[in-house]
Design a protein around this ligand. Structure first.
Ligand SMILES: [Zn+2]
Ligand SMILES: [Zn+2]
Length: 760
């Protein structure tokens, strides 16, 4: 078989089967068909649109009598081959159906392919993009109209422009500006001489681009930043597939390192992806990128319509836009000639997708960069233990920013032992005397305070004082949270809500008492205690029902809020220069989680939230309240000592044989009937136990047991864990389990989660 025969293609179809399907290619279509194109293929009695993932000898496995591809739906591949290769490997690693992985990578494209299919199976590019509802804006692009200009009189700077355009083809003015200073008059002169043309093209418009942002000039880097950037650019130029950990304390200027590196990549004609934990929480970061690079950025977020998403995809695919910014799924952006992937706040657990295709975008960033000969930068002030361990072992290159970019030192942290703290000025147990005085002080000096409490709502649960009944969700094994202003009791797991009642549903007594404290209640207490202070709130409730995150942050920056109370949403990287006091009301909440990463998460949260203090001119101060002042997460957060925390945590992980010393696979089972769920879990446990690696103990099987929250949305949940140091063996056992799950478990559902992050 010759190399270009194109006799057979492997096609990923959008079905939940863990394989791709092989088809033969009719002679007429062989000229056109390319990996990454959408095709129409027969599938059972139907015809479905799928994506070509491999051709001829790339196809693994035997092929018998094949059916023909019916039609090729694209003129050009919608998935670049680099991306296809990466997605195939990701599907294989996570043991997930490749068709579903491709669909997860580009939901709008696959819907589009089906929606716009005509009866004869044809679909034109124009067809799929028709419609005036796409929000776009015009951007100027420059291209050469002549190749030979040897005998034309030109200035040195005009020649610079021509050589950049010769080397790189059509460029947006924004990109040209990165290569040549102030290029517009030069381009205009070249247009007059008939050497170039300026054309306007539509690029997408979107809420992140509503407000104009002034362009900034790159600031001078301080020495550690410059050193990090030099190392990164060196690897970029050598096209080394290298991973880096950029470990910089809060406020040390990591973003500037990203900006410089990405600017360099773009100047060299290479594209970039920036992943952030939650795009809705990072409007400031997007603004900084726009200020540096202009509006030629694709911001991928859940508010995009299918059409806008589709258009962003095509702009990136064509190379009209060379930078994609977004949450975890932006790792699938079809960025052309990929040079850099940045994962900001790499320790954040939201990079893990917890439903359907359960991938970790942080890990996938390393994989994709490796395959694309790009560099990958994982940035954090509090790296995950696994990432720091990889840097210690040389699998990642460690770059460190030890000092804050501004002359301000890290804030002073004071620990208050709640166990010894009797009597408070306000009478509220979570406003200790030291914190109370710190707030008074802060307000007296016109400072702003952030108070952090990881519980939204008014009180986390209600209990009847007469019969001790706790108000639980009817569908989940968790207590209902009181939301007083909405007059509702709400379940934070399934969103069930019921009007707040006075009477106990079990005994009728009018003695329902709130237990515990949420952000809503603390905000009430603060408004009463510090009368005159303007109290704001930032949590999932205010972000979704009240004003948006950006509005709260804007009011904060305008100093229209004196005290901001919030959940971990307040900890996420916001730069609020007026904040001089951070109070952590109860550091112990996240320590109580039944998860081996509980102290790691607590340390990260404490360090991140403390880092919000003192980013402006004034010195910052942190008051950290806890019942466990000697816990290593608390002690190390107090001294801003990441390395010490890491050493201690690594020691514990080694003792308990957890990551990074062993890898995990979580198997979860649920069913509407408890017995059904339990039997299905036992069936899977038997399959695992029969595997030689489990039988001889090289892989440990833990469970099955009821999950930490044994019932959610009316479904009973069981889980078990596989643990072992040998990745291949772990994979072999997982493959056996997946095969059994694919056979069906009756009314029960089951899933396999490779490298789980959430242990619940
Ligand atoms: Zn009662
Ligand atoms: Zn519920």
């Amino acid at each position: 078989m010759s190399f270009a025969a194109k006799e057979r293609v492997e096609v990923a179809v959008p079905v939940p089967l863990r394989q791709a399907f092989t088809y033969s290619v009719p002679l007429l279509l062989r000229e056109r068909i390319v990996v990454g194109m959408r095709v129409l293929v027969p599938f059972g009695p139907r015809k479905v649109a799928g994506i070509v993932t491999a051709i001829d000898q790339e196809i693994v496995g035997e092929t018998r009598k094949l059916r023909d591809v019916v039609a090729v739906l694209d003129e050009e591949p919608v998935f670049p081959s680099e991306l296809i290769g990466f997605l195939r490997e990701a599907a294989d690693y996570y043991l997930h159906p490749v068709g579903e992985v491709l669909r997860a990578a580009s939901p709008a494209l696959s819907k589009d392919a089906i929606k716009n299919l005509r009866a004869d199976g044809s679909l034109s590019e124009n067809e799929s993009l028709k419609g005036a509802s796409v929000a776009t804006q015009k951007t100027r692009f420059v291209h050469l109209t002549k190749k030979d200009f040897a005998d034309i009189k030109l200035s040195a700077r005009q020649r610079d422009v021509l050589s950049v355009l010769t080397e790189r083809g059509t460029l947006s003015m924004e990109d040209l500006r990165l290569a040549v200073r102030n290029p517009l008059p030069l381009v205009k002169a070249l247009v007059t001489k008939g050497l170039c043309e300026i054309e306007e093209r539509e690029v997408l418009r979107d809420p992140y681009f509503r407000e104009a942002v002034d362009r900034d000039t790159p600031p001078e880097l301080h020495a550690p930043q410059a050193k990090a950037v030099a190392t990164l650019i060196d690897a970029l130029q050598k096209k080394e597939a290298k991973g880096f950990l950029l470990h910089g304390v809060t406020g040390s200027g990591k973003t500037e390192v990203y900006l410089h590196t990405i600017a360099e990549a773009r100047a060299k004609g290479r594209g970039a992806i920036l992943l952030v934990p939650e795009i809705a929480l990072t409007p400031q970061l997007v603004s900084r990128f726009r200020a540096r690079f202009g509006d030629g950025i694709a911001v991928l977020h859940s508010g995009l319509s299918d059409k806008e998403r589709n258009q962003a995809w095509r702009s990136l695919r064509r190379g009209d836009v060379t930078l994609a910014v977004g949450a975890r799924s932006a790792i699938f952006a079809p960025v052309k000639n990929l040079g850099v992937i940045v994962v900001d706040e790499e320790h954040d657990s939201s990079f893990k997708q917890e439903e359907g295709f359960r991938y970790n975008a942080r890990d996938m960033a390393l994989l994709r960069a490796h395959r694309a000969s790009a560099i990958c930068i994982l940035g954090s002030a509090t790296p995950s233990i696994e990432t720091y361990h990889a840097a210690q072992n040389g699998r990642l290159t460690l770059l460190t920013l030890k000092e804050r970019a501004t002359p301000r030192a890290l804030p002073r942290v004071e620990v208050v032992d709640l166990g010894r703290n009797r009597g408070t000025p306000s009478g509220h147990p979570l406003l200790s005397a030291p914190l109370h005085r710190a707030i008074e002080n802060c307000l007296a000096n016109q400072g702003q305070a952030i108070l952090f409490l990881n519980r939204r709502g008014f009180s986390p649960s209600m209990r009847c004082d007469a019969c001790n009944t706790v108000m639980n969700c009817p569908a989940c094994a968790v207590a209902l949270t009181e939301h007083r202003s909405a007059r509702l009791l709400r379940c934070h797991y399934c969103d069930f809500s019921t009007p707040t009642t006075q009477a106990c549903p079990a005994c009728g007594a009018l003695e329902l008492m709130p237990i515990g404290v949420g952000t809503e209640r603390i905000a009430d207490v603060l408004a009463t205690t510090f009368s005159g202070a303007r109290v704001g709130r930032l949590d999932r409730d205010t972000a979704t029902t009240g004003e948006g995150v950006e509005d709260v942050l804007r009011r904060m920056r305008r100093k229209e809020i004196d005290i901001l109370v919030g959940t971990q949403m307040v900890a996420k990287g916001h730069d609020l220069p007026g904040v001089t006091l951070v109070g952590v009301l109860l550091a112990d909440q996240s320590l109580a989680f039944p998860d081996f990463r509980a102290s790691e998460r607590t340390f990260q949260l404490l360090a991140q939230v403390s880092g919000r203090a003192g980013r402006g001119e004034e010195e910052g101060r942190v008051v950290l309240q806890t019942y466990q002042p000697d816990h290593s997460a608390v002690v190390c957060a107090k001294t801003h000592d990441y390395e010490r925390f890491y050493e201690q945590e690594l020691h514990d992980r080694r003792d308990l044989n957890y990551a990074p010393f062993a890898r995990l696979v979580a198997v979860r089972v649920d069913a509407g009937d408890e017995g059904v769920a339990q039997r299905a879990a036992q069936t899977l446990a038997q399959v695992a136990s029969k595997h030689p690696a489990v039988a001889d103990g090289r892989i440990r099987l833990l469970g099955p047991a009821p999950a930490t929250i044994p019932r959610i949305r009316g479904r009973y949940r069981f889980r078990m864990l596989l643990r072992g140091a040998d990745r291949k063996l772990l994979r072999a056992v997982s493959v056996a389990l997946v095969a059994r799950i694919d056979e069906g478990l009756g009314q029960a559902r089951a899933s396999v989660d490779i490298d789980p992050v959430n242990m619940l």
